[in-house]
Design a protein around this ligand. Structure first.
Ligand code: A2P
Length: 280
């Protein structure tokens, strides 16, 4: 049986489920199967990217799943090598062809690459692709406050979403406050810290015992109560369902504070600081 997930309304009036499914690194036949299982479990927000090389996998799972297209929210992301306006426009079209879709629900700039200095051109392309009907909602990933300020200043268009690294070891209170102040929904990548030490953290383990939940569920519920949209990845059908069963328990304010207090300055999983990180 699939689980009903509450939705959030974005600043452009469209809706987004409060939990989505991360598809990295699911590819090929195995990926189609895993994404199909996720949709059957109840996931409706599906997160892919050009650089995950799995837009075709996602499109295949969507065609096979039997769920109406308008019930799904499908995301892809523009890579750093295509930030020039014309290339970005072509990349959106190629993303659609690869997935076999008429439109993406959400298309995001994957990284700002501030040293390249082209993210404003990339943003203008997403604005144009949205105007042309190729994308319903547009947003960014890994944008720091100064990057957000610049694209809003130069285009007058505020992103609907900023997808950032977010988990209890890297809770990003400042960035989340900036996003919220601009009416931007924060999505969390690596919401479970890529299954590192976080999944055996003693503080979270104690809370999980108290609530009769798994550690992963407590972490994901923390994201939801922060107002962030976590995108957990799992190729295991049972863990996929576990990661959606978040809406029949609640963390107290003290629980929330105890989890947020686990944050560390060096808490990133792989050291990808958007101020300097470059991925093409
Ligand atoms: P698997 O795909 O075998 O389930 P993140 O979403 O933070 O990137 O973390 C993904 C990692 O966490 C994957 O290795 C995934 O493994 C694992 N994972 C996902 N859900 C759970 C869960 N409920 N319990 C334990 N590990 C999980």
């Amino acid at each position: 049986m699939s689980i009903e997930i509450p939705v959030r309304t974005l600043n452009d009036g469209t809706t987004l489920p409060t939990v989505g499914f991360g598809t990295y690194p699911l590819t090929g036949r195995h990926g189609v199967e895993a994404i199909g299982n996720a949709i059957a479990a109840g996931y409706r927000l599906l997160d892919s990217a050009v650089n995950y090389e799995n837009e075709g996998t996602l499109g295949e799972a969507v065609r096979a799943c039997g769920v109406d297209r308008d019930q799904l929210r499908i995301t892809s992301k523009l890579p750093g090598r295509h930030h020039d306006f014309d290339e970005a426009m072509l990349t959106v079209q190629e993303s659609l062809y690869r997935a076999g879709l008429d439109y993406y629900d959400l298309y995001l700039i994957h990284w700002p690459l501030p040293k390249q200095g082209k993210y404003v051109a990339a943003w203008k392309a997403l604005v144009a692709a949205q105007r042309d009907g190729l994308i319903r909602s547009i947003g960014v990933c890994n944008f720091l406050p100064e990057h957000l300020e610049r694209i809003v200043d130069e285009t007058g268009v505020t992103p609907s979403v900023n997808q950032i690294e977010l988990h209890p070891y890297f809770p990003q209170a400042g960035q989340r406050a900036v996003d919220a102040g601009l009416g931007i929904v924060t999505e969390s990548w690596s919401p479970l810290g890529r299954a590192n030490a976080l999944l055996s953290d003693p503080t979270i383990a104690a809370l999980a015992r108290e609530h009769g939940r798994t550690i992963a569920q407590v972490i994901l519920r923390w994201h939801v109560q922060l107002g962030a949209v976590p995108l957990p990845k799992s190729s295991d059908p049972q863990r996929q369902r576990e990661n959606l069963a978040l809406f029949d328990f609640e963390l107290t304010d003290e629980d929330m504070a105890a989890i947020s207090a686990l944050g560390r300055p060096d808490g990133r999983t792989t050291g990808q600081d958007p101020a300097v990180y470059e991925e093409f």
